[in-house]
Design a protein around this ligand. Structure first.
Ligand code: PBG
Length: 324
């Protein structure tokens, strides 16, 4: 057989394959999400996320030091608010001595170069488990944006490098940017969850923070997964309103959206490899149905190949260990 071109030549050895690899993961790609709890010296494994923990702040600080030593440059903070501080205004979310604000300060003091990003949404603080204020059974947009602005300012004041609004209210990026400017937080960035879909794959996360919606679902603010053009519109608007980094979430069922967003905007694109994506790999691996290590690297590589410059993932630590 005479062949002018033999495509297998560049696949014939591990060395050649590594020379021509188009996508290479590095520790700089990852954002490690952290779940923080009140108390001291406690760590609770999340029931639906094997080997992932919610920790008190002292243990979280230890973890952040470890992540930094491994080469991970960013953490994304989530706190579990106590039931007694939850209400329908979300006011605990801008409490100067709230768990989030204390966490930001202590983490920045312990590891100043770690890029600290913070979740901005009302759900952990909401007695209804919704990302916004509820009036007559509706999630009201504009009052919620006012709360998100106060929350963002309190995170900036505590020392957050990036606030990360994950709520999908209209106009919040512009409002937060304006408030940061007016209050002279000119170095605080915004990583916007721009194309965030209403997804069943968030289930395990809501276990981690006890933040499942008490009534209804999140479909009046998070996007319909049937839609693609809407994701581009949302993302372009967030860039125009001042987002420094945009995000697509979830990641694996939305690789097409990551690529389209990457082609449409000129800011860094992140993707959130969410809780359900973590738990599915863990569950299948525990049954011996897939190879966990290979599944981790293959799925993270696919997210980067799709166009993600940054990946928030519960596998950050595992992936860095595997890359060595
Ligand atoms: C809350 C928030 C959610 C996640 C990040 N921020 C849950 C939700 O929107 O219900 C999900 C993360 C994950 O599943 O890993 N605004």
């Amino acid at each position: 057989m005479y062949l002018q071109r033999r495509n297998r030549i560049i696949r014939q050895s591990a060395s050649i394959r590594s020379l021509v690899a188009e996508t290479i993961l590095t520790p700089n790609d990852f954002i490690a999400p952290l779940f923080i709890d009140e108390g001291k010296n406690n760590s609770t494994e999340i029931a639906s996320m094997p080997n992932y923990y919610r920790r008190s702040l002292d243990l979280t600080v230890k973890e952040v030091k470890e992540l930094w030593a491994m080469g991970i440059k960013s953490v994304l903070l989530f706190v579990k608010a106590k039931d007694e501080v939850k209400d329908n205004t979300g006011k605990e979310s801008w409490n100067k001595s709230g768990l989030m604000q204390r966490s930001i300060k202590e983490i920045k003091e312990a590891v100043p170069e770690m890029v600290v990003m913070t979740d901005v949404a009302l759900d952990p603080y909401s007695s209804y488990g919704h990302d916004g204020i509820v009036l007559n059974g509706q999630i009201v947009n504009d009052q919620t944006v006012e709360a998100l602005v106060k929350m963002s300012l309190s995170h900036a004041e505590a020392g957050a490098d990036f606030v990360a609004p994950s709520d999908m209210m209209d106009g919040r990026i512009g409002a937060i940017r304006q408030a940061l400017e007016e209050n002279n937080f000119i170095n605080t960035g915004i990583m916007s969850y721009s194309a965030k879909y209403a997804s069943c794959f968030y289930g395990p996360f809501r276990d981690a923070l006890d933040s499942a919606p008490g009534f209804g679902d999140k479909k009046t603010y998070q996007m319909n997964y049937a839609n693609r053009i809407e994701a581009i519109k949302e993302t372009i608007m967030d860039v125009e309103e001042g987002a420094d980094i945009v995000m697509v979430k979830p990641a694996l069922a939305y690789l097409d959206i990551i690529r389209e967003v990457k082609n449409a905007v000129d800011v860094p694109v992140s993707a959130y490899n969410i809780s359900g994506e973590y738990s599915m790999i863990k569950a299948a691996a525990a049954r011996g149905w897939i190879n966990e290590e290979q599944a981790i690297i293959e799925s993270l590589t696919s997210i980067k190949r799709a166009g993600a410059d940054l990946i928030a993932t519960y596998f950050a630590k595992d992936a860095v260990n595997l890359l060595h």
